[in-house]
Design a protein around this ligand. Sequence first.
Ligand code: PEP
Length: 250
Amino acid sequence: MTKKIIVANWKMNPPAVARAIYLSKEIDKGSSKIKNTEVIIAPPSCFLSDISRVLKRSKLGAQNAYSGKTGAYTGEISPLMLRSLGVKTVIVGHSERRYGFFENDDMVRRKMKAVLSVGLKAILCVGERERNEENFQTAVRKQIRENLKGIPKRFSKNIIIAYEPVWAIGTGKTVKPSDLYEMGIYIRRSVLDMLGHNAARTIPILYGGSVNAKNAANFIGVDGVDGFLVGGTSLRPKEFIAIVKIAGSI
Ligand code: PEP
């Protein structure tokens, strides 16, 4: 049985390191005995070092990385640096980066390449912007094609795709399970074009968008969904752990 992956994306929270350490200890301890799950905590970069020292079972993740290794890029952090802090997985192309910080598909592609080439895992976030967007499947397909262009097949085992409809992030709105099922098939079909049959079959697909302990079971039961990317609820350890339990029970 493959493990379900549950990612805590704290975004730009909490405001101080002491709280970040507290949250990570609570999540780590509370989820340590839940079978068939892999928990990834992605705090703000400035807390990575402190958190890496307290995690026992959960993996350390980062919310973003620059595409260079070192150099004159004021304010940026490279995958190499993140790796040296114990980071195992990097979120790439989150919609808050794409639309709040103007990351285009080419930047996302270069970030994917940079993260994967130093041996880290990459969670590629894709999703349509509007709920009733016409051709929303085509929009997601375009992101996958552009963002995976030129990525060697040998990196496939380190790629995770998070389907995050932008209209569902932080809004309390969620995707219908039947739409999620259909999108999962569509994503695997798009991965097939870029990375081949094996990757299409095995790449984990996560759902993200207003996941909480009440609705998580609706999505994890959907065939082809391998876990969650959780924003707001990941700052509430008890509820986040409840989501991990639900994921582990399927
Ligand atoms: C996210 O940050 O990727 C996310 C899905 O946020 P939320 O769970 O708050 O909707």
